[in-house]
Design a protein around this ligand. Structure first.
Ligand code: SF4
Ligand code: SF4
Length: 198
């Protein structure tokens, strides 16, 4: 009779992903996590996250790229900073989350509405220098496709109420006067980022 195995095969971890994450601006802080769970109990959105920040960091350490990239955790982080304020190791968890969002966008692993919203917001701000809610909304729904556009109709009452209370201007504001200066700042920031990544 075939002997039943008492132990499963040892798991092989591919740490390439972990090393990539450690190279991000705040990525190496993950190595300092001592698993105390303070971030998990402090996070207001933890209950709707696939993994708490603590678990996410463990998955990164184990090189579990697919689990980390498919999880909603980074997108459900609201950047409230509670975890950052409470982490006994002083880990800037919210900044790590931002790095992970940027990484996910670069990898194309960002099929989440939050990612489309960030992109729409950034496109609007960098082209006008000012916020135009109508522009962000239009860009967001165009990026998300027909299904989301249909969903937008279900929110028409909210839109109408915002219009009525002057919270949703129909016309875009004038472009920022110093738009050229703003573009220079953005270019410079991108150059610095590229240099640091080398
Ligand atoms: S609070 Fe800090 S040390 Fe504790 S589990 Fe979270 S990240 Fe790790
Ligand atoms: S910054 Fe993000 S991960 Fe940290 S407590 Fe707030 S929502 Fe949770």
């Amino acid at each position: 009779m075939e002997q039943k195995k008492l132990f499963s095969e040892p798991v092989k971890y591919d740490l390439t992903f972990a090393r990539e994450i450690y190279r991000l601006e705040n990525g190496s802080y993950i190595k300092q996590c001592m698993n105390c769970g303070m971030c998990a109990i402090s996070c207001a959105t933890k209950d709707i996250m696939d993994y708490s920040p603590r678990k996410l960091f463990n998955l990164i350490k184990l090189g579990k790229k697919e689990e980390v990239m498919n999880a909603n955790t980074i997108w459900y982080c609201t950047s409230c900073c509670t975890c950052k304020a409470r982490c006994p190791r002083g880990i800037p968890i919210v900044d790590v989350m931002h790095d992970l969002k940027k990484y996910a966008i670069e990898q194309g692993s960002d099929d989440y509405p939050q990612s489309a919203f960030y992109k729409a917001f950034w496109k609007e701000m960098s082209s006008r220098g000012r916020m135009f809610e109508g522009g962000v909304t239009a860009r967001y729904f165009l990026m998300r496709g027909l299904d989301e556009i249909m969903k937008a109709f279900s929110m028409k009452d909210v839109g109408m109420s915002m219009l009525k209370h002057g919270r949703l201007p129909l016309l875009p504001p004038k472009k920022l006067k110093g738009m050229g200066g703003l573009k220079k700042i953005i270019r410079k920031a991108r150059e610095l980022e590229r240099k640091e990544a080398r």
